[in-house]
Structure formats: structure tokens, C-alpha cells
Design a protein around this ligand. Structure first.
Ligand code: EPU
Length: 338
């Protein structure tokens, strides 16, 4: 079948810049190609991995199975009111291209999610979030192909089980649902900008304007300063999730470390800062072989050049153990590890 490549290099498909291969690889450009692939014997026989831009992925070796990537394009306005516009976007479009397009049309909602690497299809899976916004706040529905029933399905936002960096597509449907299109609800002017995170309000006031374009510029600049550029330094953004612990545990930690950042996370739960825990463990800018933590943001693990996935994972495990021994908090990876 012309769709499937064998022994395919994934070197350009993971932002950690790791060298790895997939036994089989298929790029789906049209929905019909997905149906065709699902009829193949190897689709039934092989373990599967659905990949977007590879910006949230750690490959610790070759993938012995079938990697499927969506290259489905398309961008259409499907509905409109005086206040909102609904746009349906192909999952293979680059995320930041979509954000730039929305901002250029003065349609609001996505601007705080500027400059996040990856494809549109990953946004609902991971419920991407940054600077006070989460993709779930704008997502109206998610369409895609269910590998089990081999049918196309639509999930309304309420059915997606969105949570902090999580969704039904990362749990029950993990590697079993290829997102084909995502529909977003965006706002028309006048916009209410989200400026409560960090010093965003202060930065915006300095500019003297309150436009989506200014927000996008500010966010892009902050990210450029704080996070390593995936084009020059292999990384996958935050490696761990910010841990959520019980109120009791958080109170005990706050007694011992009064300066520890902590945010309410509902139902007697508290979200801690993984970056702070790693930083206070003395592991900021820490190097182990060819893997390291970033000097500006220790939550980001980097490939300093030529590292293997195993080397990155070894550092990750070292950090987890160190933080657990000191704070009794187990960090969980945010990236998908294979
Ligand atoms: N901090 C330190 N030392 C540092 C850096 C940060 O102690 O060197 C502490 C500070 O207390 C700071 C706090 O960590 O106030 C939070 O830092 P930051 O604003 O950088 O955010 P984060 O919680 O570390 C999360 C997301 C990022 C997202 C930023 C901004 C997760 C796992 N990460 O990081 O998302 O860009 O907020 O909203 O939730 C990603 O998911 O890949 C990602 C980069």
C-alpha cells in the first residue's frame, strides 16, 4: 500500500532531536486514506502510535509498530454570531499558524497559546495550556477516526473529559483515535484579554494598547526568553506536570517551606510548581551526560547535543527520585514516553 513507509526515520518528528525509527509510518492527508489504512492487515497487527509534531514526545528507542500522523489540512468558518465565530480546522495544521491566523482576523481566545510548538490535532489530546488559557476553553467539538469501531466519531466539548493536560483522547482513546478536525469557538471584538498570569497585565499596560496582536507579541517574547528554541536545542517543553497534592500535604510543605508556590486546584487539592521543586533541589541547569535541565526553566529537559532518549529518561528519573526524597512529591511526566 502506497501510504505506508517501512523503517521510517523519526529524527525530524521529535523536537528532542533524538534518533529513532518506526517499523511502519503512514501520513494521512485525507479522511479516505485513514479508512484505507484501517483495512490493512498491519493496522490490525501492529502496536500503534499517533504522532503530531512530536513536540511532547520522548522516544527512548525505536518504535516497533505503526506510527500514524495526520496531515489533514483545511480551515473553514462554519458558523457566526455577533459575538462569536466557529472555525473548523484540520488536525495537521501547525498550531501556531492557526493562532497567527486567528489573531490576524481579530478573533480572540487563542492568543495566550501563542508560540506553542506542535499540530492542531494535539491541542485537544493534551489540552494544551499556557499563561492562564487552556485549549478546552475554546474547543467546541473534536472529530476523528476511532480505531476500534473503525468509524468516524464526533465528541462535543463536554464529552472530551478535559482536565489539566489531559482528555479522553489521552486516556481511554490513547493511540486509538486519530483527530481529523477540531472546531473552535472564538470571540469577536470587544475582547476580554486574559492577563492575570504572572506580570502579563503590567507588560500589556506598558504597550498602551489592548489588542490580540499585542498579547500574542508579549507571550511570544516571554516564551522566547524563558524556553529553549526547539530548532536549536532539543526539548519537549515542560517535561513534568505541575503536581497536584492533597491540602494536608500542601499545608505540611508550606509549614516547612513558606515561600513555596501553591495554587488551589479544587476539592481540597493544591497544585504545586514542578519548576520550583526542581529548582529548590539544586537541579536547575543540572547536567547528566548529554541531558540537562534548562538554565531558565528547570522543568524543561534539554538534549545538549547527540543525547539518546535513554539519557534524557535517566535524568528524568534522577530528578523524580531526588524531588520525591526531599519533598515526598512524585513528579509525573507531561511528555509521552515510549
Ligand atoms: N519557578 C522556579 N524556578 C524557575 C522557574 C520557575 O522556581 O527557574 C517557579 C516560580 O515560582 C514560577 C513558577 O515556577 O512562578 C511557574 O513558572 P512558569 O510561569 O514558567 O510556569 P510553569 O508552571 O513552570 C506552566 C506550563 C508551561 C507554560 C507555563 C506558562 C505545565 C507543566 N507547564 O509552566 O507549559 O508555558 O506554565 O503558562 O503546566 C508545556 O506544557 O510544555 C509548557 C511549556
Amino acid at each position: 500500500m502506497g501510504l505506508i513507509y517501512q523503517n521510517y526515520s523519526l529524527d525530524h518528528l521529535n523536537t528532542f532531536h533524538l534518533s529513532a525509527r518506526a517499523s511502519y509510518f503512514a501520513l494521512i492527508r485525507q479522511p479516505a486514506e485513514m479508512e484505507q489504512l484501517a483495512r490493512e492487515d498491519l493496522f490490525r497487527e501492529q502496536p500503534k502510535l499517533i504522532l503530531g509534531g512530536g513536540s511532547n514526545l520522548l522516544l527512548t528507542g525505536n518504535f516497533n509498530g505503526l506510527v500514524i500522523r495526520s496531515g489533514i489540512q483545511g480551515l473553514e468558518c462554519v458558523d457566526e454570531t455577533d459575538e462569536s465565530v466557529w472555525i473548523r480546522v484540520g488536525s495537521g495544521m501547525e498550531w501556531d499558524e492557526l493562532v497567527a491566523w486567528a489573531v490576524a482576523h481579530d478573533w480572540g481566545g487563542l492568543e495566550n497559546l501563542s508560540a506553542i510548538p506542535g499540530d492542531v490535532g494535539a491541542a485537544p489530546v493534551q489540552n494544551i495550556g499556557a499563561y492562564g488559557a487552556e485549549a478546552k476553553d475554546m474547543i467546541e467539538r473534536v472529530e476523528g477516526f476511532d480505531f476500534n469501531s473503525k468509524t468516524w466519531k464526533t465528541f462535543e466539548a463536554g464529552e472530551c473529559e478535559f482536565d489539566y493536560r489531559n482528555s479522553i483522547f489521552k486516556k481511554k482513546f490513547k493511540n486509538e483515535f486519530l483527530v481529523s478536525q477540531v472546531t473552535f469557538r472564538l470571540s469577536k471584538a470587544p475582547h476580554s484579554l486574559l492577563t492575570h498570569y504572572g506580570n502579563l497585565e503590567e507588560e500589556l499596560q506598558k504597550t498602551g494598547t489592548r489588542s490580540l496582536a499585542e498579547m500574542r507579541r508579549i507571550i511570544t517574547d516571554i516564551r522566547r526568553l524563558k524556553l529553549p528554541d526547539i530548532h536549536t536545542t532539543g526539548n519537549a517543553g515542560s517535561f513534568f506536570k505541575n503536581p497536584v497534592v492533597s491540602l494536608v500535604q500542601a499545608d505540611q510543605l508550606r509549614d516547612a517551606y513558606p515561600n513555596m508556590p501553591a495554587y488551589p486546584a479544587g476539592d481540597r487539592q493544591v497544585k504545586l510548581s514542578a519548576a520550583w521543586l526542581i529548582d529548590q533541589s539544586g537541579l536547575k541547569g543540572y547536567t547528566m551526560g548529554r541531558a540537562a535541565t534548562h538554565t531558565q526553566q528547570p522543568l524543561v529537559l534539554i538534549n545538549t547535543g547527540g543525547a539518546t532518549g535513554e539519557e534524557i529518561w535517566k535524568l528524568a528519573e534522577y530528578i523524580r527520585e531526588f524531588v520525591f526524597d526531599r519533598y515526598g512529591v512524585m513528579l509525573e511526566p507531561e511528555v509521552n514516553v515510549y
